[in-house]
Design a binder for this molecule. Structure first.
Ligand SMILES: Nc1nc2c(ncn2[C@@H]2O[C@H](COP(=O)(O)OP(=O)(O)OP(=O)(O)O)[C@@H](O)[C@H]2O)c(=O)[nH]1
Ligand SMILES: [Mg+2]
Length: 208
């Protein structure tokens, strides 16, 4: 956890192994904290980090929770407990899947277990069809609707696609609480045009 004070908005990221949970966690955090690897079962322990998001001109302090992949070979007691803990008190759950593989039996099994344990009863659950790196991958999205979650979003955690839409949805539907800031509310950067200053070293970019 970094030095932000007690955020009240908690969002947990769950799903079977290797679907990109930690990549999404890092992307939503804006920094690389969780280990990402192309082998399943990399995340073993729950990781909690706080971040500030600016959405619609308001600041939201959010607590993000990454979890170890559940299901299949890694459906260990230890990881299940981590997921239970992560989901406890969270306002929203991001259920991450791999859009390239479509909904798998493992996805269904994880969801079934979470539902059976009534773990998803009180939270907004957003399905994330991850690895939609290009528009063409989004065609697979409708296949996921049979999993009956509140929402499904096409996202590429690796290439930062769909991330702003996800934050907008979370703020709108999960009832996240904005900071009570009077006049110091920052203006969201994405409403402005951004200009990058580039050039070879020592030509005065920073002075400019
Ligand atoms: N093409 C593509 N690959 C991705 C994307 N997000 C994650 N990956 C890759 O998927 C693999 C698994 O990513 P992780 O973030 O470690 O997955 P995880 O769900 O945290 O895995 P576990 O911790 O093992 O459960 C890595 O090789 C990532 O680079 C994405 O949006 N597009
Ligand atoms: Mg991980």
């Amino acid at each position: 956890m970094n030095n932000l004070t007690q955020p009240s908005n908690r969002i947990a990221i769950v799903g079977r192994p290797n679907v990109g949970k930690s990549t999404l966690f890092n992307r939503l955090l804006g920094r690389k904290r969780a280990l990402v690897h192309n082998q399943p079962g990399v995340t073993r322990d729950r990781m909690v980090e706080a971040v500030e998001w600016i959405v619609g001109g308001l600041t939201y302090r959010v607590e993000l929770v990454d979890t170890g992949g559940v299901g299949g070979e890694n459906f260990t007691q230890e990881i299940n407990q981590q997921v239970d803990l992560a989901l406890e008190g969270s306002q929203a759950v991001l259920f991450v899947t791999d859009s390239r593989e479509g909904p798998t039996d493992a996805d269904r099994e994880v969801l079934q277990k979470l539902r059976k344990a009534h773990i998803l009863d009180n939270q907004l659950v957003i399905g994330i069809a991850n690895k939609c790196d290009t528009e063409k991958h989004e065609a697979a999205l409708s296949e996921f609707y049979s999993l009956s979650l509140d929402y499904w979003l096409p996202v590429s955690a690796e290439h930062a696609r769909g991330i702003e839409d996800l934050k907008d949805l979370l703020v709108r539907e999960a009832g996240l609480t904005a900071e009570q800031g009077p006049s110091d509310v920052p203006i969201p950067i994405r409403d402005w045009h951004q200009i990058a200053i580039v050039g070879r070293p020592n030509v005065g970019k920073s002075t400019f």
